[in-house]
Design a binder for this molecule. Structure first.
Ligand SMILES: Cc1ncc(COP(=O)(O)O)c(C=O)c1O
Ligand SMILES: *[C@@H]1O[C@H](CO)[C@@H](O)[C@H](O)[C@H]1NC(C)=O
Ligand SMILES: *[C@@H]1O[C@H](CO)[C@@H](O)[C@H](O)[C@H]1NC(C)=O
Ligand SMILES: *[C@@H]1O[C@H](CO)[C@@H](O)[C@H](O)[C@H]1NC(C)=O
Ligand SMILES: *[C@@H]1O[C@H](CO)[C@@H](O)[C@H](O)[C@H]1NC(C)=O
Ligand SMILES: *[C@@H]1O[C@H](CO)[C@@H](O)[C@H](O)[C@H]1NC(C)=O
Length: 503
């Protein structure tokens, strides 16, 4: 089929999809593409005035443009939904109407209070908190919303310094620096670390900030199979024996980039084995803990704590404050020398406005709650709660027969949808029943592997989760999403998990 062109590793992913699901998914996309091209053909006949500027090359890439017009437009009511509340346990979704088949959507004055299964609010800090909020308000009044300057030019407040010290101590590195944006932390740090003559080896399921970072550097990029240490070893061995392209000189340096929790898969990084391989070949490790910091590990210190990896073995620890801490921004924690070097060189540090002071205070306060320094056990309770909630929800979804990705303990759990028609169906039917879910489709996932991504929070109660499960079960029956028959044997389940691992 013309449109799919699955890359080699995608073929392997397809092997795990039930045969008829793959077939109907291909068929549905085929139909959409044929019909879309058909309409495009007529559009080109009918169109009198050109919307493009004559004599200019088109600004939009062909496929993406086609995808937007003919596929995305049909389901765009499921995305960019306006929200009228905090991303709390519940979320107020504004209802919209359309008079032209959802091409343009207008806000109404009605909101719908839904159970929130979409936000990265793992510890429930994204709402009023008895300890954090008063401190944040105080910081807002003292420091204002913005520093109106980059850190290097007067945007470095005492709060920023305090956060750097706390976060370095929290993750177990000698030093840290903070950035105004998590995305920019990756995308501007990677090019500073590795350039011409260097090699970046990234997990196949890299986040777009890493991709942006790697493109921004002149280093060569290699990819290893998702979460597969043995393949990493193979890639490393081949890369080292080959050397740089053409010249075959030795690589200047090699950096392996991995994530603690893969945000589209809910999978935990097999960090221990990856560290062992990287050490063997003297490659540096860049660990992105955007989703794992604060969310996993007994005291919330992330994947290293969970898997018993010494933070000293990780050269660059990156993370964001946008998830568990209910704030914004990101950090790099590393050796004193590396942090000093980044302060001289990192564009996001030198040119971008520093993190907003109230947002800094939010992270400081949230960390104090996690560490129990607010003189309560709320932090420990939140950590235990998110773990318990996640495992309960995942187990129940699996029992129901849904195809759920992700590892035990991870608060991110995608439910596989596959078929393009099921994306809007799942999203709209859940919304109708007052459950807000996020659906993810191309280009964030491969075209065929659309999914709904559930994010569990410590703020969900058992009743919330039970209600959500009932709704999801109903919707899954309606959309035929229970791909795996109920009562599957343990052996079959193990086989399934094996296959999932190889995804
Ligand atoms: C793995 C990963 N890295 C980086 C980012 C970017 O972080 P931020 O949203 O704080 O810019 C995200 C956010 O979704 C992410 O999932
Ligand atoms: C437009 O969106 C609504 C839900 O928001 C849905 O019920 C309806 O079927 C959609 N219409 C089309 C033509 O896709
Ligand atoms: C929504 O509320 C505003 C202000 O109260 C009002 O002017 C507007 O007409 C309302 N819109 C609808 C669609 O009811
Ligand atoms: C968040 O939700 C909790 C529990 O439902 C509620 O008590 C609290 O007021 C909410 N906070 C905000 C800021 O909406
Ligand atoms: C880059 O940063 C984003 C957001 O901070 C995070 O979600 C992503 O996992 C990071 N990716 C890598 C490879 O560091
Ligand atoms: C990210 O992953 C894709 C697909 O596996 C790969 O083609 C690309 O080179 C990777 N990019 C980076 C910067 O890691």
């Amino acid at each position: 089929m013309a449109m799919a062109d699955p890359e080699p590793e995608k073929e392997q992913e397809l092997a795990k999809i039930p045969y008829y699901v793959a077939l109907t998914t291909y068929f549905a996309y085929g139909l959409l593409f044929v019909y879309g091209h058909f309409r495009d053909f007529f559009r080109s006949l009918m169109k009198t005035e050109k919307s493009e500027k004559v004599g200019y090359a088109p600004l939009c890439r062909d496929f993406e443009d086609f995808y937007t017009r003919r596929l995305y437009h049909r389901i765009q009511d499921c995305f960019n939904r306006p929200i009228a509340s905090a991303p709390n346990r519940t979320i107020d979704v504004i209802e919209r109407v359309s008079y032209d088949n959802n091409k343009t959507l207008f806000r109404t004055n009605n909101t719908r209070t839904c159970l929130n299964l979409g936000s990265y609010n793992y510890l429930g800090f994204a709402s009023h908190d008895e300890y954090c909020t008063p401190h944040v308000v105080e910081a807002l009044e003292k420091f204002a919303t913005s520093t109106c300057a980059s850190q290097i030019n007067g945007g470095y407040t005492v709060l920023h310094e305090e956060l750097e010290q706390i976060i370095a101590k929290f993750v177990g590195k000698p030093a840290a620096m903070v950035y105004g944006m998590g995305f920019a932390t990756n995308s501007t740090t990677i090019p500073v670390l590795v350039g011409k003559g260097g090699l970046i080896i990234s997990d196949a399921l890299n986040h777009s900030s890493i991709v942006a970072g790697s493109r921004g550097s002149t280093a060569k990029v290699a990819v290893f199979q998702h979460n597969t240490p043995s393949h990493l070893e193979q890639v490393l061995r081949e890369a080292i024996s080959e050397g740089q392209p053409r010249t075959h000189r030795a690589w200047k340096k090699i950096i392996v980039v991995v994530e603690g929790i893969y945000s589209m898969e809910g999978e935990l990084c097999r960090l221990k084995e990856i560290v062992a391989v990287a050490k063997k070949y003297k490659a540096y490790i860049y660990l992105d803990e955007a989703h794992s910091i604060g969310a996993i590990g007994k005291t919330g210190r992330g994947i290293c704590e969970l898997q018993g990896v010494d933070p000293a073995d990780i050269d660059v620890m990156m993370g964001t404050f946008t998830k568990s801490f209910g704030s914004c921004g990101g950090y790099i924690a590393a050796s004193e020398d590396l942090v000093k070097y980044l302060r001289y060189t990192s564009p996001a540090h030198i040119y971008a406005t520093a993190m907003s002071p109230p947002a800094v205070q939010q992270v400081i306060s949230a960390l104090k709650v996690i560490l129990g320094e607010d003189n309560s056990d709320r932090g420990a309770k939140k950590l235990a709660q998110v773990r318990e909630n996640s495992n309960f929800f995942r187990d129940e979804l699996r029992k129901m027969g849904c195809e759920v990705l992700g590892d035990e303990g991870s608060p991110v759990m995608p439910i596989m949808l596959y078929n393009p028609g099921k994306i809007p169906a799942f999203s709209r039917e859940c919304l109708k029943r007052n459950v807000a879910v996020v659906t993810v489709a191309f280009p964030a996932t491969p075209l065929l592997l659309s999914r709904a991504r559930i994010c569990i929070s410590a703020s969900h109660t058992r009743e919330d989760l039970e209600q959500a499960l009932q709704v999801i079960s109903e919707v899954c029956d309606m959309c035929h999403l229970k791909y795996f028959p109920v009562g599957m044997t343990e052996k079959e389940k193990a086989l399934l998990t094996e296959k999932e691992k190889s995804l």
